[in-house]
Design a protein around this ligand. Structure first.
Ligand code: PAY
Ligand code: ZN
Length: 337
């Protein structure tokens, strides 16, 4: 194994590879890394994450925990790739600013909130699969063949809802559920689920977040694409909670992001900046725990490749994001009382 455990950021990884790497980190850094199970998926996979704690939190407040969410949408492959890059930097970087950030908080980091969906985007349909479908029709789930196979652009979970599969795990959280920008049609890509927290993935991750909610200083989720830095809320254009602080932190953050490669982001609340959307994870976290620093990155690009961002952009994308995180936390500490 190399220093990174034979992992690397030159290509996108499967769920199994990501999980094997997290386990490797747990063994390699027993004092700093704890591998945790956040819950289970519809198909019974664990939702694995890591807790990083360097044993000398220096931010001096009750709110000393940061949560990082990746991969809630299956097709947004750059999200888990960015999240694992950040984990690796926190463990191995010798840059003083990165060390200071890593060591100032306890980090709860989950590269994939939607493991079933992510695995589905790696599946390739084969002629044999169709053959099996036609010859063993009684044993084969029709949905698997028509909606679940070879779907690089799958977004949702994989729960069965009538003839269609999956709910949008970022429309399923229990704050202002189904109040705009979400669908009640199980075949839609933005299907909000039968009810709030109908999906075991969102339900179990919400329960996990509840265990650290009151200590949360920041919650950051990673999506793609559009190059935006979004903050709450999605159900309304109103400027709620610490909107002004979030906007000023957001501006500093995207300015720092642009420095290295000139990548331009736009920042603002979800409803005004991209579209009205309800039932997202960050809105639930913000509303329930009044977490001061809550952001969602919509990573590269602006649509040339979209969800199919070439792997040679993983590292430059992640470098500029890490630059921006340093600025975000620095700014947050002077902005937030
Ligand atoms: O809370 O992040 C949010 C809402 C905005 C995202 C969403 O729809 O959940 C934005 C989209 C996403 O990353 O899923 C943007 C992409 C391009 C899409 O699929 O529309
Ligand atoms: Zn997304």
């Amino acid at each position: 194994l190399t220093r990174e455990g034979g992992f690397g950021w030159k290509r996108y990884h499967t769920l199994d590879e990501i999980y094997a790497w997290l386990e490797y980190l747990g063994k390699q850094y027993p004092g700093q890394v704890r591998v945790v199970d956040g819950g289970r998926t519809y198909q019974g996979r664990p939702i694995k994450g890591v807790v990083l704690n360097f044993g000398r939190q220096t931010n001096g407040t009750e709110r000393s925990t940061v949560f990082i969410e990746g991969g809630i949408h299956a097709r947004e492959w750059i999200s888990p790739a960015t999240v694992t890059y950040i984990v690796n930097q926190f463990l191995t970087s010798e840059q003083p600013e990165v060390r200071r950030l890593a060591e100032s908080y306890e980090w709860h980091i989950f590269p994939s909130f939607n493991p079933d969906g992510y695995v589905n985007t790696h599946n390739r349909v084969s002629a044999a699969r169709f053959f099996i479908f036609y010859t063993h029709i009684s044993r084969t789930n029709v949905n698997d063949v028509f909606f679940n196979s070879q779907n690089r652009l799958w977004r949702k979970t994989l729960s069965v809802n009538g003839f269609c599969r999956g709910a949008d795990a970022n429309r399923n959280w229990g704050y202002k559920w189904m109040s705009g920008g979400a669908s009640n049609n199980p075949c839609s890509d933005t299907f909000a689920g039968r009810k709030a927290f109908s999906e075991i993935e969102t339900r179990s991750m919400a329960e996990y977040i509840d265990t650290v909610g009151k200590k949360l200083y920041a919650y950051i989720s990673f999506h793609s694409y559009s190059q935006l830095l979004l903050f709450p809320y999605g159900h309304t254009k109103a400027h709620l909670d610490n909107y002004d602080e979030s906007l000023s932190i957001g501006k500093k953050t995207i300015a720092a992001l642009a420095k290295r490669y000139g990548t331009k982001y736009v920042t603002g609340n979800v409803a005004e900046t991209i579209y009205v959307a309800s039932g997202g994870s960050m809105d639930w976290v913000k509303a329930k725990y009044r977490v001061p620093v809550v952001f969602t990155y919509e990573l590269r690009d602006t649509g040339d490749y979209g969800f199919l961002l070439p792997a040679n952009q993983i590292i430059p994308n992640a470098e500029e994001v890490l630059d921006s995180l340093l600025a975000m936390f620095k700014e947050a500490r002077v902005t937030i009382a």
